[in-house]
Design a protein around this ligand. Structure first.
Ligand SMILES: Nc1ncnc2c1ncn2[C@@H]1O[C@H](COP(=O)(O)OP(=O)(O)OP(=O)(O)O)[C@@H](O)[C@H]1O
Ligand SMILES: Nc1ccn([C@@H]2O[C@H](COP(=O)(O)O)[C@@H](O)[C@H]2O)c(=O)n1
Length: 237
């Protein structure tokens, strides 16, 4: 069972995906964390993230390793735990530029497809382009949305400055969120976009628990449809 959950920042993809995967005994992959980790590696290793050619030249250098346990998702770059540094404002401000470079997308997409293929019991993969590009044959595609105001309110205070202090300026958070949405959805390679066959869930007025319950139901229905279809395929062989 392959579940793709896409959507802009702050819609609840990570929180929902982890809870759904844990509840249904599926693996989990945070693709945003992978792009954040390679961005953090670039910043830490002196790559000019304003220079697309420099980013492309370094795209294959770091080893990016993701853990797929929804209860304890891990992410490392060249063996260093990246789970803290990737959530800073510095990485958040640079990740869209790094993620727009085709060589970075090609490399990380290959990694994502390999992880999904190896997840024998099924996996929930969350990001921006999972249903459209990375796993277009997913058994279920969900596209989460929410108003910019709701997303900024949720995100505000979660972001940390490089010195580790919470960022609480709501207006600045919403501005940064909107700018990142624009960058992610206007890039040429694999932009943020709802897949035609994705189920859209507007989470603006929903609690996180309600979103989780909604997506669990969608997964269970998709699994039932898949099970019904399989015997026919067997007989047809
Ligand atoms: N429906 C909701 N109602 C209230 N709070 C929510 C809801 N969904 C998520 N949150 C909270 O909003 C914050 C952001 O959620 P989350 O990180 O899951 O979003 P996201 O879409 O994965 O964002 P990003 O793409 O930036 O990682 C978290 O603190 C989460 O607990
Ligand atoms: N499949 C994806 C996932 C993420 N990105 C880029 O990473 C940024 C951070 O993602 P978060 O989910 O951690 O907010 C995101 O803004 C994109 O630039 C991507 O390109 N493809």
């Amino acid at each position: 069972m392959i579940v793709a959950i896409d959507g802009p920042s702050g819609t609840g993809k990570s929180s929902t995906s982890k809870a759904v995967a844990a509840q249904l005994g599926l693996s989990y992959l945070d693709t945003g964390a992978q792009y954040r980790a390679i961005t953090w590696w670039m910043l830490s290793n002196g790559v000019d993230v304003a220079d697309q050619e420099a980013i492309a030249a370094a795209a294959d250098k770091p080893s990016i390793v993701s853990g797929t346990d929804p209860r304890q998702p891990a992410i490392s770059a060249d063996g260093l735990d990246a789970s803290g540094p990737i959530r800073t404002q510095e990485v958040t401000a640079a990740v869209s530029a790094v993620s727009a470079v085709p060589e970075v997308r090609a490399r990380i997409t290959e990694l994502q497809r390999m992880i999904a293929a190896e997840a024998g019991g099924g996996i929930v993969v969350e990001g921006r382009d999972i249903g459209t590009t990375v796993l277009p044959g997913a058994d279920l595609k969900v596209f989460l949305t929410a108003s910019p105001e709701a997303r900024a309110a949720r995100r505000s205070g979660e972001l940390k400055t490089t010195a580790g202090r919470p960022v609480t300026d709501l207006a600045a958070t919403q501005q940064a969120l909107t700018a990142r949405d624009k960058a992610d959805s206007s890039r040429k390679t694999s932009p943020l976009k709802k897949a035609d066959d994705a189920v859209e869930v507007d989470t603006t007025e929903l609690t996180l628990e309600q979103v989780i319950e909604c997506v669990v139901t969608l997964v269970e229905k998709a699994a039932a449809r898949k099970a019904e279809a399989e015997p026919v395929e067997e007989a047809a062989r």
